[in-house]
Design a protein around this ligand. Structure first.
Ligand code: SF4
Ligand code: FES
Length: 357
């Protein structure tokens, strides 16, 4: 590998097909159709190339990755390439026998999204009756098989008051980790911002609660959480910095620095159909566009934090200002910070625009 270093993780979006219809879906507005998906052999090659580059972990994701009949073959290829293999699943339509087959193929870890600790609310957010029941059943199966489990809890206005119940649920399911993620407002979630964004008071109460939960559950479960973007003073290093730690391969084989990168116009993405993964990582225009700090404008270019947060999220900077090179407006030093401050106080309510299936 060159001076760029190897990515630690690869998100393999095997398909955009999904049984759920979450109003904060992070997949692109234009979903890639089944007939454009990479075939099994190409995914096998991608796994080999990832392993050879030094990638440590692969996250098999979607949509719902189990929609693919060859998920076991792809899992085996990942394992054979020496990758730690994580399944990110909705758990809907994944029977115990399928999970056992995936475990046999070499799956190491399973991450299940649970929309709420209240079953009826969870099903309402997912837009799928009975989803909660299937998720809890599969989580039990994961731990019964001896696989490691993470519960992914996406928080927003409708469930942020139940952060303690979500953590308690994850503990009761035998999870080793719970990831408290806040909705990020680009792509589909942008349509639902008014109905999803928690108030400042609720967001701050949740942050304090999480600190308390970390003390209460110390040694029993790892709680991963960050301050909701709109209420932070400094941005986070989105993706650990653009083109520094991870890459995403879309169902059709386009390779992106982050899952929302296609929302930034004029970036040129290369495909695994035409290029080796290492070539894309090191040389493709999309990966080099915002790697490092040379692309930055003021105030980032001279800021003491620039090697720490890398200017925050490029997709959010573009979504709010129309310029992907400016500081993430979440930053209090950004000349555009007022946009975030106004949004944070805006509030509002509307019916969910569910993601179409
Ligand atoms: Fe980060 Fe830029 Fe803000 Fe400095 S000015 S803290 S580098 S976003
Ligand atoms: Fe693209 Fe943050 S989501 S850089």
């Amino acid at each position: 590998m060159s001076s760029t270093g190897a990515p630690l993780g690869m998100l393999a979006e095997l398909t955009h097909r999904c049984p759920l219809a979450c109003p904060y879906c992070s997949n692109p507005l234009e979903l890639e159709s089944r007939n454009t998906e990479l075939d099994t052999d190409t995914w096998r090659r991608v796994m080999r190339e990832a392993g050879a580059m030094g990638v440590l972990q692969v996250h098999l994701s979607g949509g719902e990755p189990a929609s693919r009949r060859d998920l076991e073959d792809i899992t085996k290829a990942a394992r054979d390439a020496g990758l730690y293999t994580n399944l990110i699943t909705s758990a809907v339509g994944v029977p115990p026998a399928r999970l056992a087959a995936l475990a046999d193929a070499g799956m190491d870890h399973v991450q299940i999204s649970i929309q709420d600790s209240v079953p009826k609310e969870a099903d309402r957010i997912a837009g799928y009756d009975g989803a909660y029941r299937q998720k809890v059943a599969l989580a039990h199966e994961v731990t019964r098989l001896g696989l490691r489990l993470t519960v992914n809890a996406v928080m927003h206005k409708h469930n942020i008051g139940r952060v303690a119940e979500m953590v308690a649920l994850a503990v009761s399911l035998g999870a080793q980790r719970v990831e408290i993620a806040h909705v990020q407002y680009y792509g589909w979630a942008l349509k639902n911002r008014a109905s999803l964004m928690p108030s400042r008071a609720d967001a701050e109460a949740a942050v304090a609660k999480i600190e308390q939960l970390r003390r209460d559950y110390q040694g029993r479960i790892v709680i991963d959480a960050v301050t909701p973007d709109y209420y932070a003073r400094l941005p986070k290093a989105c993706m650990g910095g653009w083109g520094r730690r991870s890459l995403n391969v879309t169902p059709s084989g386009r390779v992106l620095p982050c899952h929302a990168a296609e929302t930034i116009p004029a970036l040129e993405f290369w495909s695994v159909r035409d290029h080796a993964l290492s070539d894309i990582w090191e040389h493709s225009p999309a990966f080099t566009a915002f790697r490092g700090t040379a692309w930055m404008k003021e105030p980032c270019s001279t800021c003491v934090h620039r090697e720490k947060d890398f200017g925050g999220c490029r997709c959010q900077a573009f979504a709010m200002t129309g310029d992907a090179r400016v500081a993430d407006p979440v930053c209090h030093l950004s000349p555009h910070h007022q946009i975030v401050a106004e949004l944070a106080e805006a509030g509002g309510e509307q019916a969910f625009a569910y993601r179409g299936r």
